[in-house]
Design a protein around this ligand. Structure first.
Ligand SMILES: Nc1ncnc2c1ncn2[C@@H]1O[C@H](COP(=O)(O)OP(=O)(O)OP(=O)(O)O)[C@@H](O)[C@H]1O
Length: 260
């Protein structure tokens, strides 16, 4: 159980997170909200990159900058921007995800585990390629492999779908879904796509101007009134034939210039 109590953060004189209190159990929580709402800042506070005021606890244990071992053991964090010009191979980059458990000797089991993780993400054949030789989407898949390889209890993903095409977005979220379920992970994902949040998240947090605007099941949180209040956009939420909900912007967008 990951618990935040009255967490606030200011970069300079301006608070970008204010009085955030939330509780996350096993499952996928999507963190949504407009640009600048504070999503990355919240994830960085949880990842130990920033030190906010307030309390962050995992299973009742206080975490923070004073407990760096906690972050290397329990939490994997995928930042929004991943360094891409390092002169290392895909295999080496993913192996770094095991840094905490590596000694001078890398075991056959660890090597096998890296290859298995790469295969699960469909990038096994890239193992010996250099990171700078890859496309942006491939680099993103490698970064996710690095986050998954150490088998964390808490997975923090800041916009992990950046640079991925539609097929890879779905594959990535299916993978995150199955890893989360199989291993009982607490997974937090900052996302922009409301329909993906609706479809894949168990819970949704809406951040707006550094505050929690809403928190709950996707169908309770992703509503026309929330979308209007937070994003300033008129939208409908409709049901597919199978009953799944989706955000519908049809009819609200300007007509195509090619339409008669
Ligand atoms: N290093 C920094 N120094 C000063 N201000 C910052 C810094 N990083 C972020 N901010 C400010 O904090 C606010 C929240 O930024 P944050 O990156 O957390 O938002 P976000 O919801 O993740 O946005 P986006 O969807 O655009 O990635 C923004 O107003 C941003 O300008």
């Amino acid at each position: 159980m990951l618990q935040l109590t009255n967490v606030s953060y200011q970069y300079t004189h301006r608070f970008v997170l204010q009085g955030v209190s939330l509780q996350f159990g096993a499952g996928i929580t999507a963190i949504i909200g407009p640009n600048g709402a504070g999503k990355s800042t919240l994830i960085k506070c949880l990842a130990g990159v920033l030190t906010p005021s307030g309390q962050i606890q995992v299973n009742g244990r206080q975490v923070g900058a004073a407990y760096p071992e906690f972050y290397t053991e329990v939490i994997s964090y995928l930042p929004q921007a991943v360094a891409t010009d390092a002169a290392i191979t895909v295999f080496e980059m993913v192996l770094l995800g095991l840094l905490n458990s590596l000694s001078l000797y890398v075991s056959d089991e660890q090597i096998e585990h890296v290859y298995t993780t790469l295969d699960e993400l469909g990038i096994g054949e890239l193992a010996s390629a250099y990171i700078h030789e890859l496309s942006g989407g491939q680099q993103q898949l490698v970064a996710i492999a690095q986050a998954l390889v150490k088998e964390p209890a808490i997975l923090l993903l800041d916009e992990p779908l950046n640079s991925l095409d539609i097929q890879h977005q779905f594959e990535m979220l299916n993978l995150i879904r199955s890893v989360t379920d199989q291993k009982g992970l607490t997974t937090l994902i900052a996302l922009h796509d409301l329909n993906l949040a609706m479809r894949y998240a168990d819970q949704v947090v809406v951040l707006h101007q550094g505050h929690v605007y809403a928190y709950g099941a996707p169908e309770d949180v992703i509503t026309p009134s929330m979308i209007q209040a937070v994003y300033g956009v008129d939208a409908q939420v409709d049901a597919n034939q199978d009953g799944t909900l989706f955000v519908n912007l049809k009819g609200l967008l300007p007509a195509s210039p090619n339409q008669p």
